[in-house]
Design a protein around this ligand. Structure first.
Ligand SMILES: Cc1cc2nc3c(=O)[nH]c(=O)nc-3n(C[C@H](O)[C@H](O)[C@H](O)COP(=O)(O)OP(=O)(O)OC[C@H]3O[C@@H](n4cnc5c(N)ncnc54)[C@H](O)[C@@H]3O)c2cc1C
Length: 380
């Protein structure tokens, strides 16, 4: 009988895992991949949507209908319960059982502890939120803008800095920068703590553009009526336009399964094995100590795939999650830098910064198109 592998979530982690398994094992295994959405969206595409580089949600969503891999069934279902002991998953369509379970459901957003932050309205981390703020920006006539983070850890640590820099350009283009302030409120002490060089480059870019960086501070609440945001240190800031990053945490269905501790799924950072036999957690929901970003989800997925392939071939499982990844950083005006971070090689995380260049602009495009080609067979 074929080994049944059930992968929950067709995001960065789930797509890479199922593709790697299909490439190596074809239809000698039985892989089921479940996602509630119609298609996959790259995180960075939300900034394109927010600032009008693309006109619609459809333009950034890569339809799952284009995903066709030998040995893999992709089902559009919503997962409602996970039993990691029995390796049994309930969805809105029925029940699934398996031999190996991989949970790759990403990070969800929690606004319950940040009054005034409303999903799909004043945050840019969800697709509806980025789409809505894209309709608010053209009506904005200048004032105090706060790009504010409601808690750490959050997905893609450089993304709020990118948002502030792209916003500067946007307001300049509209002739509104002179009568606007931009403040970036970040619970981290610097924009990219593992890479001091990257943080210095970003702080320099902020200083040149008059963007205020307020580190080691998070948003406590947003008072729309009073046009202010309240900070966790008790101070407040004037705010005519709030562009938020909601608190991130594992989805309720994962919390309810009993798999989480302090909001995330504990795993062996190198193998992604959970405390349940034959159950792995990959991507943003897994607490590996590395950042929550697509490149890290992808690296983890490749390690799990390599070990599962070895297991099925009766070979030793030697693959390790590298905890290493490279993120492109938008400095505005289509200028792209890059940071490479390594979380597991040394006693503490290290980072290397690559300054803005034309080559990196091309590289970033290639980053998206190679994944589209690999997962969906289409580079555009
Ligand atoms: C603004 C922004 C910019 C970013 N920029 C970058 C970047 O430049 N580089 C980078 O590497 N990362 C970036 N990221 C982060 C990146 O998007 C995530 O870290 C990455 O997608 C995580 O992969 P994942 O597989 O863990 O989860 P996801 O890709 O989020 O996939 C999870 C999947 O699970 C599905 N799902 C969830 N709940 C259910 C359910 N109950 N039933 C069925 N399906 C469900 C979802 O529909 C989703 O498809 C950015 C994120 C944001 C918000």
């Amino acid at each position: 009988m074929k080994t049944r592998i059930l992968i929950l979530g067709a995001g960065f982690g789930g797509l890479e895992l199922s593709t790697s398994l299909s490439e190596a094992l074809g239809d000698s295994i039985d892989v089921t991949l479940i996602d509630k959405s119609d298609g996959f969206v790259f995180g960075f595409a939300k900034l394109d949507l927010l600032f009008g580089r693309v006109g619609s949600e459809q333009a950034i969503r890569h339809p799952y209908a284009d995903y066709a891999k030998t040995g893999v069934r992709l089902l559009k279902e919503t997962i409602t319960a996970i039993d990691p002991v029995a390796k049994r998953v309930t969805t809105d369509q029925g029940l699934h059982t398996c031999d190996i379970l991989v949970v790759a459901l990403g990070a969800d957003y929690d606004v319950t502890t940040t009054p005034g932050v409303v999903l799909g309205r004043n945050e840019f981390y969800s697709v509806p939120g980025a789409a809505h703020l894209a309709t608010v920006l053209p009506r904005f006539q200048g004032g105090n803008v706060v790009v504010g983070i409601c808690g750490a850890p959050y997905k893609c640590p450089p993304a709020p800095s990118e948002c502030a820099l792209m916003l500067h350009d946007y307001l300049e283009r509209r002739g509104l920068r002179g009568n606007s302030t931009i403040t970036l409120v970040n619970p981290l002490s610097s924009p990219v703590p593992p890479s001091p060089e990257t943080s210095v480059a970003l702080m320099k870019a902020f200083a040149e553009r008059g963007i205020v960086f307020m580190g080691a501070t998070r948003i406590a609440s947003v008072d729309k009526a009073g046009n202010r945001v309240l900070l966790d240190n008790g101070n407040s800031l004037p705010c005519d336009l709030f562009m938020g990053v909601p608190k991130n945490r594992a989805a309720d269905v994962v919390v309810d399964s009993g798999m989480t501790e302090n909001g995330w799924v504990p795993v062996d950072p190198r193998t992604l094995q959970t405390k349940y036999d034959g159950v792995f957690a990959v991507g943003d929901l897994a607490n590996t100590g590395a950042p929550k970003a697509g490149v890290f989800a992808e690296g983890a997925a490749r390690a799990v795939a390599a070990n599962l392939i070895s297991r099925l071939r009766g070979e030793p499982e030697t693959a390790k999650n590298p905890g290493f990844g490279s993120c492109y950083i938008e400095f505005g005006a289509d200028r792209i830098g890059r940071v490479e971070v390594d979380f597991f090689s040394g006693p503490k995380p290290t980072g290397t910064y690559y300054g803005v260049s034309e080559a990196l602009r091309v590289d970033k495009k290639l980053f998206g198109s190679t994944r589209r080609q690999r997962w969906f067979g289409t580079a555009s």
